[in-house]
Design a protein around this ligand. Structure first.
Ligand code: KIV
Ligand code: ZN
Length: 497
């Protein structure tokens, strides 16, 4: 059997169905070009009948992309297929993805139909689409819960009608890996013409098993995996592209290959995350912020001795930079020494012992990572920059949104981060500051003025704060009024200190 596994990316169709993640056509074109550079074989570009915007996206992606096949989704309905054909007019390589429900749930409650009629409708859709496009993929929706004998009949019928690829979706993320693998095997054992088509897996992640199920399908003969970047998709999402690709790459004994340029995975993951406004969970396999970050003492010691003790793949292979040794109160002397050496500090065993005690105090006080600046402060025998300084700030606010802020301050040389919500962006930012400095001060006066009149000009902020009997004034000016407010507040707090 061929050992190439085709990667069918549906980030722009199934992935984009997530509420709040909708993209404009130009954004989809940017991502489609990136997917082409990543090396995916097929891009599912949209569901053209669903809206004029989706239709236009398929048209523009077809024009912009050369190598991957461009695929358009339809129901088993002639007018859907007509729209898909029209939208693919400019595609160099085109595919129509049509289909119908295969489980008894869908047949009865969604289509109010019978098994026989459903097969007829599926076959008719394939034949109709085949008049315009050679490459036809057929999806047997909810195949995960379908009766295997009926599913085999359906697959055989649509292949006989001209389907080049047959998709066996676990639409509801219901199957267990063994069950899904056995389903694919059952099809290979029972569908006479199965070798005339590629069998595709399309798994949802409702039980967190999408990647495991997809791999079980591939091990049992499927040669196309439908997936999305970061595993985004409806509900718990789709199979994650990066997990499948890196599993195949890491397990050479599977004797399978994909055409993905894995070094482009991490940068594209970040691009998709920011364009779709969908953060990547820190512990997400392959692309999470912590995927190559080692923070416990035992692991750090092992990593420093030999990376292979705790890393099964190189972060560089997925374009994620270098693995990192994160310093926390859980880190040991070896990790501290390692990070100090990277910064150019070479110290004796005795000195390390002394610094390690101080380091633990800092780590406990911060309840966060000890960063390079903290280490420089540690090596300078204490605090270098006494006072409170704004190091970083992110604010989210908008119409019908709860304002929130994440603020990082340097307090006596050590950086601390806190997040808070508030009744406005300034309130959220000041509450974050209060969380860090634990201040018992009252805001007596808060005055904002623009220096000149345009919306792009500097705003001046004056603040008066009171702590017990002591009153102090803070001032700042910035084009960003929230930053100015925080700086003015810190100005006043520093004077109180
Ligand atoms: O999950 C599913 O069944 C689908 C089909 C439309 C392919 O997304
Ligand atoms: Zn799906």
């Amino acid at each position: 059997m061929n050992n190439k596994v085709y990667i069918f990316d549906t980030t722009l169709r199934d992935g984009e169905q997530v509420p709040g993640c909708q993209l404009t056509t130009p954004e989809k074109v940017i991502l489609a070009k990136e997917l082409e550079l990543l090396g995916v074989d097929i891009i599912e570009a949209g569901f053209p009948i669903s809206s004029p915007g989706d239709f236009e996206s398929v048209v523009q992606i077809s024009k912009a992309v050369t190598n991957p096949t461009i695929c358009a989704l339809t129901r088993a309905v002639d007018k859907d297929i007509d729209a898909a054909v029209a939208s693919l007019a400019y595609a160099k390589n085109k595919r129509i993805h049509t289909g119908i429900g295969a489980s008894d749930f869908h047949i009865k409650y969604k289509f109010n139909s019978t098994r026989e009629e459903i097969i007829q409708r599926g076959v008719a859709a394939v034949k109709y689409a085949k008049k315009s496009v050679e490459d036809i993929e057929f999806y047997c929706e909810d195949a995960g819960r379908a009766d295997n004998v009926f599913l085999a009949q359906m697959v055989e019928a649509v292949i006989a009608a001209g389907a080049t690829v047959v998709n066996i979706p676990d639409t509801n993320g219901y199957c267990l890996p063994e069950e899904y693998g056995a389903k694919i095997k059952f099809l290979f054992d029972n569908v006479k013409n199965i070798h005339q088509a590629i069998i595709s897996v399309h798994c949802h992640n409702d039980l967190g098993l999408a990647t495991a199920n997809s791999l079980a399908g591939v091990v049992n003969g499927a040669r196309q995996v439908e997936c999305t970047i970061n595993g985004i998709g409806e509900r718990a999402g789709n199979t994650s592209l990066e997990e499948v690709v890196m599993s195949i790459k890491t397990h050479g004994e599977l004797d399978l290959v994909t055409s993905i340029n894995t070094k482009r995975i991490y940068p594209l993951s970040r691009k998709v995350s920011s364009m779709m406004r969908m953060p990547v969970q820190p512990n997400k396999a392959i692309v999470g912020k912590n995927a190559f970050a080692h923070s416990s003492g035992i692991h750090q010691d092992g990593m420093i001795k030999n990376k292979q003790n705790y890393e099964i793949m190189e972060p560089e292979d997925v374009g994620a930079g270098k693995s990192s040794i994160i310093l926390t109160a859980r880190s040991g002397r070896a990790a501290l020494n390692y990070r100090l050496e990277l910064l150019g500090y070479h110290i004796s065993k005795e000195e390390l012992e002394e610094k390690y005690t101080k380091f633990l105090e800092i780590a406990d006080a911060k309840k966060d990572n000890v960063n390079d600046k903290d280490l420089h402060a540690l090596m300078d025998h204490g605090v270098v920059d006494r006072g409170i300084f704004l190091e970083d700030m992110e604010v989210t606010c908008g119409f019908k949104k709860t304002p929130s802020a994440k603020v990082t301050l340097r307090v006596n040389g050590i950086s601390h981060t806190a997040e808070s919500i508030g009744n406005g962006p300034v309130d959220a930012a000041l509450k974050s500051v209060e969380k860090i400095v634990n201040s018992k001060v009252e805001l007596e006066e808060f005055l904002v003025q623009t220096i000149t009149e345009g919306s792009n000009d500097f705003g001046k902020v004056h603040m008066t704060v009171k702590s017990g009997e002591q009153i102090n004034h803070g001032f700042s000016a910035n084009t960003d009024i929230v930053v100015a407010s925080v700086e003015a507040y810190l100005d006043a707090l520093n004077k109180l200190m």
